[in-house]
Design a protein around this ligand. Structure first.
Ligand SMILES: C[S@@+](CC[C@H](N)C(=O)[O-])C[C@H]1O[C@@H](n2cnc3c(N)ncnc32)[C@H](O)[C@@H]1O
Length: 304
């Protein structure tokens, strides 16, 4: 990692337990999870196949049949990928849908859905039997979502292009995922040098949009429903500050369900003179050195 990237991440020194392990992990290439598509393949057979294609792959306890493959592998070129038998994605990006725990028959909105990695996981978690609306601002990115949907053979996802701030209608969803546009500092392992392009103040530029999207997400959720908020950034301005824009009478933060063994640190209640809602401690911060993943932030809000 370049010196300027390191300098940037030093901003978080008081939030990280082991700064040198963090910096070292943040510059290492990122392994990926290859998971079987249960609509088209038997998970156990797919594990065996992955181990033939990549003997260095490591089977995971979740999702069923999945393996972690080293960064040098490119499963997107395997024939099984094109046949829709497998898909691959970064491990940490699987956690929002695990925490959401969607069920068959529910109405679910993915507010910033493209290119669709989390949308298809929602579809599969509900056995292709939920009613899912996948919204995004970008046509081009939605094309990738449609392709992924077709390749995996899901039928339960409807796609709409539009600004999440202005999604119309009276419908209230059981669950909403807001995977918000963010500065993406946690993706340094995927795209080295990315952090260098950031300017001071970028965090504040996006946090207004993130707050607006979260407010709309809660408007669109029925009482008792769940909103999952996540970003791939470390900045409290884009995480705890955004959550603190919600009145306590509108939603409460809940502890997160995560796969066994995943290590996180809690959301912070104050940072650099800013004070946040007390229940942001239920949110989770994912640091690259804790689980050998990208950086991430995840929170669950129960609509009151
Ligand atoms: C972090 S990415 C989403 C990744 C996606 N959930 C996935 O797992 O594949 C954020 C997305 O927000 C979209 N976006 C940005 N501003 C938006 C807005 N105002 N309304 C809806 N989508 C927006 C971007 O086009 C981008 O696709």
């Amino acid at each position: 990692m370049k010196g300027s990237d390191t300098e940037h991440l030093l901003r978080y020194a008081d939030l990280v337990e082991d700064m040198s392990a963090f910096l070292e992990a943040a510059s290492r290439p990122l392994p990926r999870v290859v998971w079987p598509n249960p609509l088209k393949a038997d998970p156990q057979e797919i594990t065996e196949l992955i181990l033939v294609r990549c003997p260095r792959a490591r089977p995971l306890s979740w999702p069923p049949g999945a393996c972690l493959v080293p960064a040098e592998e490119n499963p997107g070129k395997w024939p099984e990928f094109h046949l829709g038998l497998i898909h691959c994605q970064e491990e940490v990006t699987l956690y929002p849908v695990f925490a959401m725990a969607p069920r068959p028959g529910e109405a679910i909105l993915d507010m910033c859905a493209a290119p669709g990695n989390k949308t298809v996981r929602i579809g599969l978690a509900t056995k292709d039997a939920a009613r899912i609306v996948a919204n995004d601002l970008s046509w081009q990115r939605l094309r990738a979502l449609r392709d992924m949907n077709d390749r995996l053979g899901l039928t339960c996802i409807g796609v709409r292009r539009g600004n999440g701030l202005h999604i119309p209608g009276e419908e209230r969803f059981d669950r909403v995922l807001l995977d918000a546009p963010c500065t993406g500092e946690g993706t340094s392992r995927k795209s080295q040098g990315w952090i260098r392009h950031q300017k001071k103040g970028d965090w504040n530029k996006l946090s207004g949009l993130q707050r607006g999207l979260l407010r709309r997400a809660l408007n669109l959720t029925q009482p008792g429903g769940l909103v999952i908020y996540c970003t791939c950034t470390f900045a409290p301005e884009e995480n705890e500050w955004v959550l603190s824009g919600i009145y306590e009478s509108v939603a409460r933060m809940e502890p997160l369900e995560l796969p066994e063994g995943v290590r996180t640190t809690p959301g912070v209640t104050d940072w650099k003179g800013m004070r946040f809602r007390a229940d942001v401690v239920h949110a989770s911060r994912f640091w690259p050195h804790q689980n050998n993943t990208g950086g991430f932030f995840l929170a669950a809000l129960r609509k009151l």
